[in-house]
Design a protein around this ligand. Sequence first.
Ligand code: SAH
Length: 500
Amino acid sequence: MFLTISTSGDAAHPATDLGYLLHKHPDKAQRFSTSYGTAHVFYPEADDRRCTAALLLEIDTMALVRRGKGKGRGGAPDAALAQYVNDRPYAASSLLAVALSGVFSSALRGVCNARPERAAAPLPLRIEVPALPARGGPDLVRRLFEPLGWAVTAEPVALDTEFPEWGDSRYVRLVLESETLTLAEALRHLYVLLPVLDDAKHYWVSSDEVDKLLRAGEGWLPGHPEQKLITSRYLSRRWSLTRQARERLELVRLAEADDSGVEEIDNAVPEDTGTETEEKPTPLAVERREAILAALSEAGAARVLDLGCGQGQLVQALLKDARFTEIVGVDVSMRALTIAARRLRLDRVSDRQAARVQLVQGSLAYTDKRLKGYDAAVLSEVIEHLDLPRLPALEYAVFGHARPRTVLVTTPNVEYNVRWETLPAGHVRHGDHRFEWTREEFRTWAAAVAGRYGYDVAFVPVGPDDPEVGPPTQMATFVMNVAAMKTEKAGPTEKEARTA
Ligand code: SAH
């Protein structure tokens, strides 16, 4: 991958100022190693009148393969996490964008202490990419760059010059010229639009891609006529493609589970509370909610996340108690959320009530900034819906990233299943349960998670605590420990939190 940036000047404004603006000296050829190859920066020409900086990216395909294949497999506890968070198969021009942002990071931000007035001013620019993968062809290239003030030359590159009849490749030779843009603006355009033009089905997984896009797009993306295409291509290539795909798959799976008529056996008992009599045992779902409400009150939580809120029964109960000032229900299933919204009659309650509650669609297997900064999170009958290898991703998203002070997790106690009269031996309680744990298994898991993320954990039985097989539902109460809270206050970096 190869890209050049040229400018022209005169004795008063020498073109070689480009070296200052890029923070790379024109007399030196420099190399920067990245995790996927080597980036070279050098100046084919550099005098007062003309100066050209070249960025050449030598991609180490073995490193790419290692990154793509090496991680995320095998039985290590973090394997699944690594697979979702660290694996980054890059598309070629995405690599160029990454190299740009790495090698010219200050220039991209418009920072130049040596020549601040030059960094802030437009300069004559000519940018050339001899072979740019451009799905959508020269026409799309023009639609993307012209509204930004570029004169665009985009010529299709023939597949093979010796065989013109084979037609054009998906590459174009791109030349951009402008006199009205600053270098930082130009670099930010490239940073976003090069990957947008590349239609390789490659992406990387990182939760802050949206932020990156908004930062790089500041000042030009909001008014761009192709804003929608840019945003959707940028994000789906690089990040949310996986997320969306997985969420959709999850939706299909859940819809199927919903339609199969299988009910949570412990939720199958009618819940028409008001009419409960002494003889009728309290449904387990109700007992569970009461146990959760009690634990939340004890923790003094006011701002609460209900993760995997389903059809919103707990959210509804939380809303009835004024101590809970902010309640967020999160679920991957749009269908469940729609039912929850109907249950809560959000269209009818007062504005003040409505302001206390939010329903958010999202997958718990991914970090989500919206979930940071809450007092408590509840995972009620949710973990058993995830495939075991995906559980570490949820653990990180909740305990490592969202990091509420208190986390409540409930899950079935499989030992109790022999006590369900209607449950055939060896069956789980719900068709969608990926696993059900013994008390021992749950405790082992919870202790490991607590240790990894700096929480203390205690266990509470929910429902009749059978002397032999224990209670039907088991609940773990995690509270962030003092040491972790101190570092939290000091503000751990993302990286520290991840390795904690
Ligand atoms: N918390 C409710 C619902 C439990 S059923 C209760 O206690 O009754 C499990 C819920 O978890 C379902 O609504 C399902 O859509 C949701 N869920 C499963 N996997 C999820 C994921 N990866 N992200 C978010 N929600 C998920």
